[in-house]
Design a protein around this ligand. Structure first.
Ligand SMILES: [Zn+2]
Ligand SMILES: [Zn+2]
Length: 410
């Protein structure tokens, strides 16, 4: 299908530049502005809507590719579709209730279900994701039919047919956009799609006549071994009960909590900042740590296998279990940081001895016109002195600071 309606509304074509679109929009918006042209309200909305989409490169791309349906359903990176649409089409449903988040509305029969969807986050630890076989309760709010009035909003004998929609529950307010129309027949704003209303004074006290009440619920969520961060776990028909139609779904998003020791990258784990001293780095060591399942693992490094500062090593098969194959696991990467000894850790004689063991110095001759300067420790931050060398806030100082850091490590 060629998605050109919005272009036609603005009198441009698919290859038009942003500047051309903007120019035509301004011209048309002026012409059809409700202040000037009260009869043309729909036309003005149409123009504004078309411009809203086509002036945004992201939305324009989605429209070009998937049409209006694509724009409303949203795609990755366009998650606010439902909010955006409720702005333009206040009665179109698709906004989320209760638990926050929200499915972008979709068209046709799915629409009320999407609006009735509840999305909640559940924080899970890395241990829980590593070990699996647990379930965790999530608390959330959802709507249900009011028990007092059985969802009618008031006593049955007072129920009247809705005057706004003649009892159909649907109104076709926005009938302006070709293929858009059928999809966008909207829910009646007076009766919320029920087709009936309760007169003032007879409305149910429990639900104020809405027919719906909010309830708090707990749901047990199984945590699968190796489940990825941000996994969406779907529970059919556990979400909001809309006035009309079936109960929506509950979607629980597993949010992986930060771990004090391990970092996860997909199926691999990173053990950061394992501190060993220079003797261990040069002469071998054994380092033990507790894994996420409680096992104590020990890494042995043989004498002579030198570990450098910030070096990364890998223990294969000790990462996260794979979700669909828990007997397979990713890898565990270990990063070492080397502690150096304090000042004056040895006598001058001992240092000469040490030099006989360590790699020889690079040959050095003092250049003839050299000027010798004194280097001292950098004072702790905030204790006055060398503000420039501390990376003082001035932009001008930044390059100087950078060089000074390079010199210290070089
Ligand atoms: Zn009620
Ligand atoms: Zn109605």
């Amino acid at each position: 299908m060629e998605n050109v309606e919005l272009y036609e509304i603005l009198g441009v074509d698919k290859s038009s530049t942003y500047a051309e679109i903007k120019k035509n929009y301004r011209k048309l918006a002026k012409e059809f502005h409700p202040d000037k042209n009260p009869e043309a309200g729909d036309k003005f909305k149409e123009i504004s809507f078309a411009y809203e989409i086509l002036s945004d490169p992201e939305k324009r791309k989605i429209y070009d590719q998937y049409g209006l349906k694509g724009v409303q359903e949203g795609s990755d990176g366009f998650g606010d579709a439902s909010e955006f649409f409720s702005h333009w089409f206040p009665f179109s449903g698709g906004q989320s209730h209760g638990g926050g988040g929200g499915g972008g509305g979709s068209f046709g029969n799915n629409r009320s279900r999407a609006g009735a969807q509840v999305v909640v986050k559940l924080e899970v630890t890395l241990e829980e994701l590593y070990n699996g076989n647990v379930s965790k309760p999530v608390e959330y709010k959802r709507t249900s039919f009011c028990g007092t009035c059985n969802g009618e909003g008031g006593p049955e004998m007072t129920v009247e047919q809705c005057k706004a929609c003649n009892g159909t529950g649907r109104t076709a307010n926005y009938s302006f956009m070709g293929a858009f129309v059928n999809a966008f027949e909207s829910t009646c704003a007076s009766c919320y799609g029920r087709g009936t209303t309760i007169p003032d004074g007879f409305r149910c006290a429990t639900c104020s006549g809405s027919g719906l009440v909010e309830e708090e619920l707990k749901h047990e969520v199984p945590i699968e071994k190796g489940a990825p961060n941000m996994l969406k776990v779907l529970f059919h028909s556990a979400g909001n009960q809309p006035l009309v139609g079936e109960r929506g779904d509950l979607i629980v998003v597993l949010v992986q909590a930060e771990h004090p020791v391990f970092i996860r990258r997909q199926n691999d784990l990173f053990l950061r900042d394992i501190r060993i001293n220079i003797t261990q780095a040069l002469c071998g060591f054994v380092h033990c740590f507790q894994h996420l399942d409680g096992r104590t693992l020990c890494i042995t490094n043989k004498p002579g296998d030198v570990i450098k500062h910030s070096e990364l090593r890998v223990v294969t098969g000790e990462g996260m279990p794979l979700r669909n194959n828990p007997f397979e696991r990713g890898d565990l990467f270990v990063e070492f940081n080397i502690d150096f000894p304090d000042d004056n850790f040895a006598t001058i004689d001992q240092m000469h001895l040490l030099e006989t063991l360590l790699p020889p110095r690079q040959p050095f001759t003092m250049p003839e016109d050299a000027e010798e300067v004194v280097m001292t420790d950098v004072p702790p931050y905030g204790e006055g002195g060398h503000a420039g060398a501390q990376g003082g806030m001035d932009d001008d100082d930044e390059s100087a600071h950078f060089e000074s850091v390079q010199c210290q490590t070089g």
